[in-house]
Design a protein around this ligand. Structure first.
Ligand SMILES: *[C@@H]1O[C@H](CO)[C@@H](O)[C@H](O)[C@H]1NC(C)=O
Ligand SMILES: *[C@@H]1O[C@H](CO)[C@@H](O)[C@H](O)[C@H]1NC(C)=O
Ligand SMILES: *[C@@H]1O[C@H](CO)[C@@H](O)[C@H](O)[C@H]1NC(C)=O
Ligand SMILES: *[C@@H]1O[C@H](CO)[C@@H](O)[C@H](O)[C@H]1NC(C)=O
Ligand SMILES: *[C@@H]1O[C@H](CO)[C@@H](O)[C@H](O)[C@H]1NC(C)=O
Ligand SMILES: *[C@@H]1O[C@H](CO)[C@@H](O)[C@H](O)[C@H]1NC(C)=O
Ligand SMILES: *[C@@H]1O[C@H](CO)[C@@H](O)[C@H](O)[C@H]1NC(C)=O
Ligand SMILES: *[C@@H]1O[C@H](CO)[C@@H](O)[C@H](O)[C@H]1NC(C)=O
Ligand SMILES: *[C@@H]1O[C@H](CO)[C@@H](O)[C@H](O)[C@H]1NC(C)=O
Length: 458
């Protein structure tokens, strides 16, 4: 595919400089294609998933007691307030007698029961977490966090959520019990797809002192994966660029996340200096999940700015600024993932936490960055405090380092697990006096190879 496209490009335009330009940026083109074809697959976290484990702890006269545990095995995608919602469909006529650590949103029709009334009689119950501060007798371990689950890299002990339920009118042996079907996980919007429950090896539980191991009577696993395409129609963040060597600030592409349209969608954004700001922000839809963004050309709730700041003899320095344009969201435990070939020689990161991600073994070009607890881990709603920043110091590797062709800019950036819209490569700030499309020596061998390759076809 690479060869075919570049060959066409060469033949059509017949210009070496166009080809050089193309070679320099073919990576970006591939990323574009990659983005469209990879549905529920995130190339930077290929194994990321949320696994729901359903452990039957005890059989009861008419069913069982189970502990359901959700493990977030995604490196950088978390579930923030207002939290997760889990649903499923019972296979038979099961009911939920009681729950600890969570509740169903609706009880449903329990009129067929006399005496004890179940917690929920719906065929397709919807479960939500309880809020922090729930009385101790209604809690179990890892419950009651308002449905918030941290990402695996950022806060592993909190990348888990559990509840207990007592099920009636169900089977009472591992042969007669039926696994629930059609699991749905909302966070709280769409985005996750859950597979069917699989009967797996029973979970084992080791006592705190490590001297005794018990095991579940039966265990099912359900795996849910995330897809940005399913989650929303428009992107939620964009990237802008600038550098010390060129005055141009390359803003986010216009309409990255939506367009200002006063005719069809009046009030789709608010001016930052509007005297009516407070009333709009606290007006209708105050508690809704729909972002209320400041009016900008890109209309994104979040912008990430990458500034190439300084050039030293052996190092160079970049500054990252994350700005919140959403008046309705304080991003708690935010994170970004950035891809740049120089991350294998990152020397220092100021005021953010850092973890290298190597989705493909050897290639160490991806970094996850997030705020420091109690310092800048909360990205405040739009306004004067609505930004966080950091500087990165990279050590130059002579064989790859260059300021040409936008090399110093990131290849892609995610905010809270969503891919941000980048400016097109040909809009990047250029190095002055370097000509529009300079040929770097490193590209020459490739160019020669492709020229020869192309000549076979001519
Ligand atoms: C879920 O993620 C874990 C951790 O990355 C991985 O070991 C497991 O294989 C994944 N499960 C599936 C079904 O992809
Ligand atoms: C089931 O899920 C748990 C985590 O919730 C995991 O440790 C275990 O390996 C999974 N089992 C299988 C067979 O995938
Ligand atoms: C059910 O229990 C029997 C023993 O009581 C065990 O041999 C069998 O493997 C169990 N089956 C499943 C699916 O767990
Ligand atoms: C699960 O979903 C499928 C397709 O939506 C539907 O045909 C099936 O009846 C559902 N199963 C249950 C138990 O509701
Ligand atoms: C939309 O309205 C705002 C003020 O309400 C104005 O500043 C902005 O220029 C308008 N945009 C368009 C595209 O007309
Ligand atoms: C964000 O946090 C501030 C300070 O805690 C609070 O005043 C504000 O209402 C919060 N905004 C939202 C949208 O939750
Ligand atoms: C990637 O490079 C950074 C900086 O040199 C280093 O700290 C980190 O350990 C490397 N990670 C891997 C997985 O090699
Ligand atoms: C950059 O990192 C690579 C891989 O870790 C290493 O081989 C190389 O020596 C480093 N370069 C410098 C200048 O530190
Ligand atoms: C800076 O980069 C822009 C492209 O974004 C280019 O149009 C402009 O000529 C460059 N300025 C200089 C001084 O090279």
């Amino acid at each position: 595919m690479e060869f075919k496209i570049s060959f066409l490009c060469f033949k059509k335009k017949g210009s070496i400089s166009n080809l050089a330009h193309f070679v320099g940026f073919h990576v970006f083109f591939l990323l574009c294609f990659g983005l469209k074809s990879t549905e529920a697959f995130d190339p930077l976290d290929p194994n990321g998933n949320i696994t729901i484990k359903w452990d039957i702890m005890q059989w009861t006269p008419d069913g069982y007691v189970a502990v359901v545990t959700m493990n977030n095995f995604q490196k950088y995608r978390h579930i923030q307030a207002p939290g997760w919602t889990l649903g499923w469909a019972w296979s038979k006529k099961e009911v939920i007698w009681s729950m600890v650590g969570s509740q169903t949103t609706e009880q449903g029709d329990c009129s067929r029961f006399k005496g004890n009334v179940p917690h929920c009689c719906k065929k397709d119950p919807t479960v939500v977490d309880l809020l922090p501060g729930t009385p101790y007798n209604m809690q179990i371990a890892n419950c009651c966090k308002g449905g918030v689950i941290s990402s695996w890299v950022q806060d592993p002990p909190n990348a888990i959520s559990s509840f207990q339920l007592s099920v009636g009118a169900a089977g009472t042996t591992n042969k007669t019990v039926h696994v629930p079907k059609n699991f749905t996980l909302k966070a709280p919007g769409p985005g996750y797809t859950c597979g069917a429950a699989q009967i797996v090896k029973s979970s084992q539980f080791v006592s705190p002192d490590g001297r005794r191991t018990t095991q579940a009577l039966m265990t099912w696993n359900i795996t849910c994966t995330y897809s940005q395409l399913l989650s929303q129609r428009t992107p939620s963040c964009c990237v802008s660029l600038s550098s010390f060597y060129n005055d141009t600030i390359v803003d986010c592409p216009t309409c990255s996340c939506g367009c200002q349209n006063n005719i069809t969608q009046p009030g789709s954004c608010v001016e930052g200096d509007s005297p009516y700001l407070a009333s709009v922000v606290n007006g209708p839809g105050k508690n809704s999940l729909v972002p209320l963004v400041q009016c900008t050309s890109h209309m994104c709730p979040v912008r990430i700015h990458w500034h190439v700041k300084l050039n030293y003899k052996e190092y160079w320095r970049a500054k990252i600024t994350i700005t919140n344009f959403n008046y309705r969201m304080n991003y708690t435990q935010w994170n970004i993932v950035a891809q740049h070939p120089n991350f294998d020689n990152i020397t220092q990161i100021f005021s953010f936490n850092y973890q290298s991600l190597t989705p493909y073994g050897g290639i160490n070009d991806t970094a996850m960055l997030w705020g420091m607890k109690f310092y800048n881990d909360l990205l405040m709603e739009a306004g004067p405090a609505g930004n966080v920043q950091s500087e990165l110091l990279f050590r130059k590797d002579d064989s790859t380092f260059t300021f040409q062709k936008g090399w110093a800019f990131p290849r892609r950036i995610y905010f809270n697990g969503d891919n941000c819209v980048m400016p097109p490569p040909d809009a990047y700030p250029w190095l002055p006096n370097a000509g529009h499309l300079p040929l770097s020596p490193a590209l020459l061998p490739l160019l020669v190879f492709w020229a020869i390759f192309a000549s076979f076809f001519l």
